[in-house]
Design a protein around this ligand. Structure first.
Ligand code: XBP
Ligand code: MG
Length: 251
């Protein structure tokens, strides 16, 4: 079956948002609401094992032996979302190499685009508007985000939801992810998956991915395959390459 749609994760995949975006916004929310937590860069890397901001804060409280009410979690999360969207609007967060090129190639070829993310919808809107312009929201046929499904990644629910809304079988799509949690979700929905690692996810287990790269690459500056899933420069990730993508890379 031919390729009909590309489905993108957001955080870490469209843009490297975690360290200098979400982490900073969490810390600003803790400070604003008088919670004595500060998540430094390595601590936040460990906390990323839990997806979803509310879930991450709950897990952290538990690890500290602290009880925290649902009301406090909700208030912190609203505050964090405000700080994140403000940060993105004021400072911007650049798209990763090759993302805009591939989105434009897919649109020109008549493929549909979709998003499958754990993050809050307002965060997606802010990132798309700041990095691609106000019209970018309309480039995506489906945006599956946040609490729309009961179980966040690594559960496959968000990908199944997006496939259902697209009305397509997984064989007609390719997913793009940056993390092991994301890969478990996309594979669980039966999707071939391209991984572009970040500093936080480089050493995670990407068994089952079709391609594991540093980034999607640009003409004249291809990304590199990530060991042990291959090595050396790889072709720029474009539609021609995606059309002949195997189900998984040789380890
Ligand atoms: C992204 C996340 C998100 C953000 C925070 O995971 O885990 O939780 O860090 O978002 P993925 P919210 O890239 O796998 O979708 O605070 O809005 O939940
Ligand atoms: Mg991600």
């Amino acid at each position: 079956m031919g390729l009909e749609a590309l489905i993108f994760d957001v955080d870490g995949t469209l843009a490297d948002t975690e360290r200098d975006g979400h982490r900073v916004a969490f810390n600003r929310a803790f400070q604003e609401l008088g919670i004595d937590w500060t998540w430094d860069v390595p601590t936040y890397g460990r906390l990323l094992v839990v997806t979803g901001g509310k879930e991450r804060m709950r897990a952290y409280a538990q690890s500290q032996g602290r009880s925290i009410s649902d009301e406090t979690i909700e208030a912190l999360h609203r505050c964090k979302t405000r700080h994140y969207t403000t940060l993105v609007e004021r400072e911007g967060i650049a798209l990763r190499p090759g993302v805009l090129r591939l989105l434009e190639e897919a649109r020109a070829a008549g493929l549909r685009l979709a998003i499958a993310t754990t993050t809050t919808p307002a965060n997606v809107e802010a990132l798309l508007a700041c990095s691609m312009g106000p019209e970018a929201r309309d480039w995506f046929a489906v945006i599956g985000a946040g609490d729309i499904v009961p179980h966040k990644k690594p559960a496959p629910d968000i990908y199944r939801h997006v496939l259902d809304r697209l009305g397509l079988p997984p064989a007609a799509c390719v997913a793009f992810e940056d993390s092991e949690n994301g890969l478990r979700a996309s594979l669980g929905a039966g999707l071939r998956t391209v991984i572009t690692v970040t500093d936080y996810t480089r050493d995670q287990d990407f068994t089952g991915a079709a391609l594991v790269m540093t980034d999607l690459g640009e003409p004249g500056r291809p990304g590199r395959r990530v060991a042990p899933y291959g090595h050396g420069a790889a072709p720029v990730v474009d539609l021609a390459l995606l059309e002949r993508l195997p189900a998984s890379a040789a380890a």
